[in-house]
Design a protein. Structure first.
Lengths: 151, 757
C-alpha cells in the first residue's frame, strides 16, 4: 500500500507499483487535466509537481511516490486561477490546448526557483515541453508576464 | 472516485457535476445523458430554446443565447470565431452567449473541419443566422410597443425604441419573436462594417479558462462508467494480417479483461480499422502492459516490399521522365530547343506525419443496435458513416459527440481509431475507450505524401525564364480511397502546381505516377508543402544565377498585376468560385512588397553566417509571403531569430486567432523542414516517438514571428494552413544566402550544413 497526497488529499494505492503516476491520476482519480503525450518523458504533456518540483508523470512509477505530495493542474490554482494560469489567459497562449497543462506546471516550477527568468533560462527549462501548435513565443511572453516583467 | 464503476451512469454524472471532483465539460455530454435537462437525444439547447430560428441558434426567455458550433475545435479557434459572427450580427452580448458543440448531423451542413474553409464556407450562413434572429426580435418589440419596426433597433442584447426611450431585452422578446414568421434570406439587412462589435476585433477562445485550469475535455479524457480501456496491436505493415499471438499471456496482467482480434480492412484503407489484436483492461496501463505479452506474428502482405530509400530513387527517376501534362502554356519544348542558359534541379520532400499532441483516442458504446461515440474528430459525419459501415447499422443510429481535439492537422479527419472503439464495444457489449500510444500514432499515420520534383528553366540574357518545366511525382491521397490511384488529380495539383502564378510564356506542369505503400492523407497544407518548396526554391536559384536580388526577381517572375485564368485546365480553386476568389497577382505582389518592407529586406545588416530568404505562396485562397532569417553555425546548427509573415486572407473574422495560426505555422514549418521525415524498411515505419520523429521545441523554434494581416474586404479565405507552405523554401533560401549551400532535399538534418560537410 502506497500512501501519498494528491492536491492535498490523502490517497492510498494498492495496484501495480510499476504503474506510472499518469495513469493513476487519469484513470483512477479522474484527474484528466494531466495529459498523455508520449509515455517516454519526451514531450512534457504529463508534467505535474512532486513536492513542488516538476516531474514527468508518465515515467514516474507509483512505487517511487510513497509519502510524496503531488500537485496537478487541477490543484495548482486553488479556487481560482494561479497567476501563471492567468498569464496564459491574458497572453492567449493556447491553440488546441492539449499540452498547456504540462506547460503551465513546468512554468510554475521554473518561476518558483527562478522568479525573473531570462529568455535563455525559459528556453532551457521549457525545452522538454512540446507544443505542436507552436505557441512557444506566447509561452515565453506569458512566463514573463507572470514574472511581472514587461513583455 | 475509486468507486465510479459501481454507480449508475446517471448517478455518476450527477455526482460528478455536483462535486466537481471529475468534471467532464457538461457541453460535451450527450444530451440524453444530461441529468438536469429534458433535452431529447440529438437535440441542442438551441433546438429547445424559446426562439429558434435555425439549427445554429436559440434564445431563451432568460436572455441566454445558445450558438451551436458545428465545426471541430483543434486549435484554430473556429469554435469561437463562427459564433462570433452570429453574435455580432445578432448584436448579442458575448457574455450571455453559450456555445454548444454539435454532434455529427447533416442538418448542420458540412462538418468536415479541414481545408481551411470553416470561415469561408459559413461566414455568410452565420451572418444570416444572427440577422434572422435580430430581425425577429426587432419585429417583436415593434409589435409589443405598437410601433413600426423601422423605428426600433437592436442594441447589445436589447431592442430600443429611441423615440420613446423604451427598451426590452432579447429574453423578454424571445417568446413573441417565436410567433413571427422567419424572414426570407433575401429580405435580411446586415449590419454595416462600422457597427461590428466582434468581427475583425479578435477574441480569445471560448474555452481558454478551462484549458488553463485543466478542465477542458479532449477525446483522450472521455469517460463513462463501466468502460474498458483498449490498446491495439496493429499489423506492422499496411494490409498485414495476424498469423499468431498468445491469447492467454496478456490475461496474466492484473486488470486485463479480454483479448480480441479486429478484422483486417478490405479494399482500399479509407477510414477502416487497420485490424490487429486489442487488449482490453480496467485502465490504460494494464492494457499497454498486456499488449507487450501478445507475442504476435504477422503475414505482412505485399507492402513489405516498401523501403523508403529505394522508393525515393524510383520517384526521382520517374520525375526525370515525361509525365501527365496538367497545365501547358505556350511551347516549352520549342523554347528549350532554342538553347541558351538552362538550369535544372531536383527537389525532394519525404513522408511527413502530423503527430498531434493528443494521440488518437476515442470512446464508443454500442448498445441496442445503436452506437454513441465521443471522439476528437475533425469530421463527425464521417464518423457516422464509417461506424455505420463497420457495425452494419444505419448511420442515423450513430451519434458522434465531438470533444475538443488535442491537435489534429488533418490526421483526425480519418476516424479509423473511432471505428476501433465502436467495433470493440460491439464485441464486448461494454463501452470501450481506445487509446493509441505515441508509437501507434507515428507508425500508423495517414502520411503527407513523399514527393520528388524536377524543375527545368531556360533563361534569357537578363536571367528571366523563357520556358519553365516542372514535374512532381508523389503517391496521391486518392490511393487511400482507390487502390488503383497512382497519379495526382486536380485536387492535388491545384495546390501550388497548376496554379503557379509566374509570368512565363512557355510553362508546363506535369505529374508522374507513384504507387502508395502506406496510407496517404492530407496534412496541414498538404501538397502545397512540397510544391511550394520546389517552386519557391527554384525561383530563388534562378534569382541568384541571374545575380539578382531575390525579392526584385520574385516580383518580376510574378509579373504585372492580373488575374490568372485557369478555366481551361479545370482548376478546382479549393472549391471556390473563380470570379469570387480569383488568383490575383496584385495580391501576391502586395504581400511580397509588404514582407520585404516589414522584414527590413536588404536594409538590415546581418552577421556572418546569417541570411534572409523569401517565399510567396497562395493556398486555400490566401496569399502569404514570408521572410525567414537564419543563422547557421560552423557545425551546421540552424537557429531562426526572426520570421516576418504577411498574409492577405480577405476579411479576417478573428485577427488574434489568425496571428496565432501563422505564428504556429512557422513552428510547424520549422519542424518539417529541419527534422520531418518518416521512413520505412520492409514496409515497417522506422520512427515511433518524439526522439526519432522530432518536432521543434521552444529552443529550436523561431524566436520571434511577426505576423501582419493585410486589411482587405475581399471574401474570407483560409488561415489554418496557408502559413505553412512558404516557410520551408524561405528558410532554405535563407540558408543559401547565409552559406552558399543550396538545400534541395528535406529534412535539413540530413543536409550536412556544417563547414566540414
Amino acid at each position: 500500500m502506497i500512501q501519498l497526497k494528491v492536491n492535498g488529499t490523502s490517497r492510498s494505492f494498492d495496484g501495480d507499483p510499476d504503474m506510472p503516476l499518469l495513469w493513476y491520476l487519469r484513470d483512477t482519480l479522474g484527474l484528466t487535466g494531466t495529459k498523455f503525450g508520449c509515455g517516454a518523458s519526451l514531450c512534457g504533456a504529463c508534467t505535474v509537481h512532486k513536492n513542488g518540483k516538476a516531474i514527468r508523470s508518465c515515467v514516474t512509477s507509483m512505487r517511487s511516490l510513497s509519502g510524496a505530495e503531488i500537485t496537478t493542474i487541477e490543484g495548482v490554482g486553488g479556487p481560482g486561477l494561479h497567476p501563471v494560469q492567468k498569464a496564459w489567459v491574458e497572453i492567449n497562449v493556447p491553440q488546441c490546448g492539449y499540452c498547456q497543462s504540462g506547460q503551465i506546471m513546468q512554468a510554475i516550477a521554473l518561476l518558483a526557483k527562478t522568479p525573473k527568468p531570462t529568455d535563455e533560462q525559459i528556453d532551457d527549462e521549457m525545452a522538454g515541453n512540446i507544443c505542436r501548435c507552436g505557441t512557444y513565443q506566447r509561452i515565453r511572453a506569458a512566463i514573463k508576464t507572470a514574472a511581472g516583467e514587461h513583455v | 472516485m475509486s468507486t465510479i464503476t459501481n454507480v449508475s451512469r446517471r448517478g455518476f454524472l450527477t455526482g460528478m457535476l455536483g462535486t466537481g471532483a471529475f468534471v467532464l465539460g457538461v457541453r460535451y455530454l450527450p444530451e440524453s445523458l444530461w441529468a438536469d435537462t429534458a433535452i431529447p437525444a440529438g437535440k441542442t439547447h438551441a433546438d429547445v430554446a424559446t426562439l429558434h430560428p435555425d439549427v445554429y441558434l436559440g434564445i431563451d426567455s432568460d436572455g441566454t443565447v445558445y450558438i451551436v458550433a458545428h465545426r471541430s475545435e483543434m486549435g484554430t479557434t473556429s469554435r469561437t470565431s463562427l459564433p462570433m459572427v452570429v453574435a455580432d450580427e445578432l448584436d448579442a452580448d458575448w457574455k450571455r452567449v453559450k456555445i454548444e458543440q454539435a454532434i455529427g448531423d447533416p442538418r448542420y451542413g458540412d462538418q468536415s473541419t479541414d481545408g481551411s474553409y470553416s470561415i469561408r464556407a459559413f461566414y455568410d450562413v452565420m451572418r444570416q443566422t444572427g440577422a434572422t434572429a435580430r430581425t425577429m426580435l426587432v419585429q417583436a418589440a415593434a409589435l409589443t410597443w405598437k410601433v413600426k419596426a423601422d423605428e426600433c433597433r437592436a442594441e447589445l442584447h436589447t431592442v430600443v425604441h429611441p423615440a420613446s426611450g423604451r427598451r426590452l431585452g432579447y429574453g423578454e422578446l424571445a417568446k413573441t419573436a417565436a410567433t413571427l414568421p422567419v424572414p426570407k434570406k433575401e429580405d435580411l439587412k446586415f449590419k454595416p462594417k462600422s457597427s461590428w462589435r466582434y468581427i475583425g476585433k479578435g477574441m480569445k477562445s471560448y474555452d481558454i479558462t478551462e484549458v488553463a485550469n485543466g478542465k477542458a475535455v479532449f477525446g483522450m479524457d472521455a469517460h463513462i462508467a463501466g468502460m474498458l480501456y483498449a490498446s491495439v496491436e496493429h499489423p506492422p505493415v499496411l494490409g498485414g494480417k495476424v498469423k499468431s499471438f498468445d491469447q492467454k499471456a496478456p490475461l496474466s496482467v492484473a486488470g486485463v479483461r479480454q483479448v480480441l482480434t479486429i478484422d483486417p480492412f478490405t479494399g482500399p484503407p479509407v477510414f477502416q480499422p487497420l485490424g490487429g489484436i486489442a487488449v482490453l483492461a480496467d485502465n490504460t496501463w494494464a492494457a499497454l502492459q498486456g499488449r507487450k505479452k501478445l507475442n504476435a506474428t504477422w503475414d505482412d502482405g505485399p507492402n513489405a516490399s516498401f523501403n523508403s530509400d529505394d522508393y525515393k530513387k524510383e520517384l526521382q527517376a520517374t520525375a526525370r521522365k515525361p509525365g501527365n501534362v496538367a497545365r501547358n502554356d505556350g511551347d516549352v519544348d520549342a523554347a528549350f530547343a532554342k538553347g541558351g542558359d538552362i538550369l535544372e534541379a531536383d527537389y525532394y520532400v519525404p513522408l511527413l506525419h502530423h503527430a498531434p499532441m493528443e494521440p488518437m483516442a476515442a470512446l464508443a458504446e454500442f448498445k441496442d443496435g445503436k452506437c454513441t461515440a465521443w471522439a476528437p474528430t475533425q469530421n463527425p459525419q464521417a464518423v457516422q458513416e464509417t461506424l455505420a459501415q463497420q457495425l452494419g447499422i444505419p448511420k442515423e443510429n450513430v451519434i458522434c459527440n465531438v470533444t475538443l481535439l488535442g491537435g489534429a492537422f488533418g490526421r483526425k479527419s480519418k476516424p479509423d481509431y473511432v471505428a476501433e472503439a465502436a467495433v470493440l464495444s460491439k464485441k464486448t457489449g461494454k463501452p470501450v475507450k481506445v487509446v493509441w500510444s505515441r508509437e501507434d500514432d507515428v507508425k500508423f499515420g495517414y502520411y503527407n505524401a513523399v514527393a520528388a520534383m524536377y524543375m527545368k528553366a531556360s533563361v534569357d540574357a537578363k536571367g528571366k525564364p523563357t520556358a519553365w518545366l516542372q514535374r512532381s511525382v508523389f503517391p496521391p491521397i486518392g490511393s487511400t480511397f482507390d487502390l488503383s490511384a497512382t497519379s495526382g488529380g486536380p485536387d492535388d495539383l491545384q495546390q501550388g502546381w497548376t496554379d503557379i502564378p509566374f509570368d512565363i510564356p512557355n510553362l508546363r506542369a506535369e505529374n508522374g505516377s507513384a504507387k502508395a505503400h502506406v496510407r496517404i492523407g492530407w496534412l496541414r497544407s498538404v501538397a502545397n508543402i512540397y510544391h511550394a518548396f520546389g517552386v519557391q526554391s527554384f525561383a530563388d536559384e534562378l534569382a541568384h544565377k541571374a545575380g539578382r536580388d531575390p525579392v526584385e526577381y520574385l516580383l518580376e517572375l510574378l509579373g504585372p498585376a492580373r488575374k490568372i485564368d485557369l478555366q481551361s485546365i479545370k482548376y478546382p480553386n479549393y472549391g471556390a468560385d473563380a470570379a469570387q476568389y480569383p488568383i490575383d497577382v496584385a495580391r501576391l505582389r502586395n504581400v511580397v512588397e509588404m514582407v520585404a518592407e516589414k522584414s527590413g529586406w536588404g536594409k538590415r545588416k546581418l552577421a556572418k553566417g546569417s541570411g534572409m530568404g523569401i517565399a510567396v505562396h497562395r493556398s486555400f485562397l490566401t496569399y502569404v509571403a514570408s521572410v525567414v532569417e537564419v543563422e547557421v553555425s560552423d557545425s551546421g546548427e540552424i537557429t531562426i531569430p526572426r520570421v516576418d509573415t504577411v498574409l492577405d486572407a480577405g476579411l479576417v473574422v478573428n485577427p488574434e486567432a489568425t496571428r496565432a495560426q501563422f505564428e504556429g505555422a512557422a513552428v510547424f514549418g520549422t519542424s518539417l523542414a529541419k527534422t520531418g521525415e518518416i521512413t520505412a524498411k520492409t514496409g515497417v515505419i522506422e520512427q515511433g516517438n518524439f526522439d526519432d520523429y522530432p518536432v521543434a521545441r521552444i529552443n529550436e523554434a523561431p524566436k520571434q514571428v511577426n505576423v501582419y494581416i493585410v486589411e482587405n474586404d475581399a471574401p474570407p479565405a483560409g488561415v489554418g494552413e496557408p502559413g505553412v507552405p512558404p516557410f520551408a523554401p524561405a528558410l532554405c533560401n535563407a540558408i543559401f544566402a547565409a552559406t552558399g549551400k543550396r538545400v534541395r532535399e528535406l529534412p535539413l538534418s540530413k543536409a550536412g550544413l556544417g563547414k566540414s560537410a
